[in-house]
Write a protein that binds this ligand. Structure first.
Ligand SMILES: Cc1cc2nc3c(=O)[nH]c(=O)nc-3n(C[C@H](O)[C@H](O)[C@H](O)COP(=O)(O)OP(=O)(O)OC[C@H]3O[C@@H](n4cnc5c(N)ncnc54)[C@H](O)[C@@H]3O)c2cc1C
Length: 389
């Protein structure tokens, strides 16, 4: 008999959990591989070969779930509240829109960094809880049973917002197998999701070297601005800064293998909204960029458009409509390229451990995104806050 259950290679599974969540016999577990990424494992003694798990795998479909061929509208956005912008990755548009949904009684699902320094999806019913979703966490988030929880809330009639990477949003919609008027989805433009194991090892490294860590910010823009990629962490009440994890992330060695084969790095998006950093803002709108963060918002559906037009959203933001294609950054054109030495990197990781690869590889990438070490040092010296770890 032909096996109808999921059994894809590592580069063909994004780990969205749609198959795990849809299995009527609970025959699938999400099991961590040696790199720290979760993959579905089917228990053949429980499997009835119904094929549902394969059927809900959007990543391997020829026709992917999408809202529109291209966005209905594109905006550059800054939240008017400076604190909101400081705590958000870019311009804080996620807070502006979800505030309105929360006022309508919605529940919001998104990724947080929990007290154990694990990135996981949580359910939020208040603004205080939702604030924990602010900021990008450069690690693949653990969804666990989030898809089932979303479905339960939708069926109860409650308004639900779900935010996640393109593959997570597509996976959720594919798992649900029907459109819900009460569901709003936000997909984020994504360079690739790094390994939870590598991030966990980084936290252990900090604990060992400096003492117990009590907070971590993957990209602290309050130090030197939105365009700088610097992480910060708290140890013994003191803020320390580093670029080690950022540098490792941008070498692309620590991303999930399916990210190099991503199906969602284009402008046909799975969410009602797409969120990103508005790289290219200076070309689009002169004088708008104050280096405190500008969100790129793609509005992909009529439902999203109606929500964005709500006066309570527009009253708390400053926005500009983008009429050209300057907003199309590399991650909206093609996936990140798999580095040549990917397998060697992981062999070395297994043999020599985290400290070894961190030292060897995190110094390879001298230029991160928009800023080089030269620019960084200049700004540090200017502000006299240089503290090397
Ligand atoms: C791994 C990763 C790679 C990214 N790569 C790019 C990129 O190449 N180019 C680009 O322009 N933008 C990238 N972003 C996204 C982008 O920086 C922000 O999501 C966007 O600017 C939102 O800004 P905001 O101020 O409106 O929202 P914020 O309030 O900061 O909201 C953050 C939102 O991101 C979600 N989120 C945070 N971390 C994760 C995660 N690990 N998994 C799933 N969802 C998460 C939260 O649930 C929340 O909805 C990336 C984000 C992540 C997590």
């Amino acid at each position: 008999m032909e096996n109808k259950y999921v059994n894809f290679g590592n580069s063909d599974c994004c780990g969205c959990t749609a198959c795990y969540s849809a299995c009527p016999k609970n025959a699938i577990t999400m099991s961590e591989n040696e790199k720290g990424f979760k993959y579905p494992v089917v228990d053949e003694s429980l499997c009835i070969n119904c094929g549902i798990c394969k059927g809900v795998c959007d990543f391997n479909k020829r026709e992917h779930i999408s809202c529109s061929d291209s966005p209905l509208a594109v905006y550059g956005i800054k939240h008017l509240n400076e604190n909101v912008r400081n705590e958000s990755r870019s311009g804080g548009v996620f807070t502006a829109i979800t505030d309105v949904l929360l006022e309508r009684g919605a529940v919001i699902f998104g990724a947080t960094l929990d007290d154990d320094f694990v990135v996981r999806h949580i359910k939020c019913s208040s603004k205080e809880e939702r604030d924990k979703l602010r900021g990008s966490k450069y690690v693949q988030s653990d969804l666990s049973d989030t898809f089932k929880a979303v479905e339960q809330e939708l069926k109860s009639g409650r308004i639900v917002a779900f935010s996640g990477t393109g593959c997570q949003v597509a996976g959720l919609k594919s798992f649900l197998r029907k459109d819900y008027e009460n569901l709003y989805t936000f997909d984020i433009v994504c360079h690739g999701v790094p390994s939870p194991k590598v991030f966990g090892d980084y936290i252990s490294y900090i604990n060992k070297k400096y003492g117990k860590i009590s907070g971590f910010n993957f990209r602290d823009k309050t130090l030197l601005g939105w365009d700088m990629h610097i992480e910060s962490f708290m140890v013994k009440g003191k803020k320390r800064i580093s670029r080690m994890y950022a540098q490792l992330f941008t070498t692309d060695y620590i991303s999930r293998e399916s990210c190099y084969n991503c199906k969602y790095t284009n402008i046909s998006r799975p969410g009602d909204f797409t969120l990103a950093d508005f790289w290219g803002v200076d070309k689009a709108f002169k004088g708008f960029n104050d280096n405190k963060g500008v969100s790129l918002l793609l509005v992909n559906s009529e439902k999203g458009n109606d929500l964005f037009e709500d006066a309570n959203v527009k009253n708390v933001i400053e926005f500009n409509k983008c009429e050209s294609d300057v907003y199309i950054q590399p991650q909206l054109k093609q996936p990140a390229k798999k580095p040549n030495g990917y397998d060697t990197f992981w062999q070395e990781y297994e043999q020599n451990g985290f400290d070894y690869v961190m030292k060897k590889y995190s110094t390879l990438n001298k230029k991160i995104g928009l800023n080089s070490n030269k620019v960084l040092i200049k700004r540090f010296v200017k502000r006299k806050i240089f503290k090397k770890i």
